[in-house]
Design a protein around this ligand. Structure first.
Ligand SMILES: [Zn+2]
Length: 69
């Protein structure tokens, strides 16, 4: 995949966390994101056996990440 910003070839990989990946309208600065009322979990794999991740592509040149959740 080519980066839509600069045209460089993007690297395939994963955005991964040890405790879930969430979307919030504003960053939760003083509490875990899963405690925020309208936090949306973006992946299902959130258990003790598998760390949650979302397949993604990144452009190291302009530091953009594109993912599908
Ligand atoms: Zn780029």
């Amino acid at each position: 995949m080519e980066c839509p910003y600069c045209g460089a070839e993007m690297e395939n990989g994963a955005l991964q966390s040890s405790h879930g990946i969430y979307w919030l309208n504003q960053a939760a600065k003083f509490r875990p994101p899963q405690w925020v009322k309208h936090a949306e979990g973006l992946c299902d794999a959130d258990n003790l056996m598998q760390s949650p991740y979302i397949p993604a592509s990144r452009c190291p040149r302009c530091r953009k990440i594109i993912l599908t959740y």
